[in-house]
Design a protein around this ligand. Sequence first.
Ligand code: AMP
Length: 176
Amino acid sequence: MNNETLIKNLRNVPDFPIPGIQFKDVSTLYKNPCCMAIMVEELYELYKDKGITKVVGIESRGFIIGAALAVKLGAGFVMCRKPGKLPADTISESYIKEYGEDTIEIHSDAIEPTDIVLLHDDLLATGGSMKAAHKLVKKFNPQRVYINFIVELIGEGLNGRAVFDKDVEVTTLLQI
Ligand code: AMP
């Protein structure tokens, strides 16, 4: 898709959070009303006919567009969070990051087997965090799971898409 307005407004912050990382700062998309409308509209067009019943957003940048899209799709919204943040019973999945391990959690009553789920986050780098979220959501045995990101990093030897099984449909709005 690579909408020009989105590309123009996505801020690059060199050497954040550590030297050598080119941080793609989606806050400059989120603060711009025109970019917000473009992102929600493009995603709505991609998913309006898929029968999505739950959008699952990954903490925390996946909550913003995830929730807006859920409203437009007439779907519910579910938070996938860092450990200890969700108040009721949870199930969790751990994964290896560049430095050490991380865990994500979801409420154990968040998804039903009848649901068609769209998993959403702001950015695909290695794919490690979304892979863990995908594993977590699949434990609920939903009808189908789709995956979406706003930005996909394709430079610097990254191929985050490769971590997902071939039968999982992954979409991204910007490839950079
Ligand atoms: P990964 O699990 O490697 O795909 O990392 C994805 C998560 O880390 C997303 O939630 C992003 O918000 C964040 N992230 C990783 N690399 C970057 C980057 N270069 N710019 C912005 N966010 C990043």
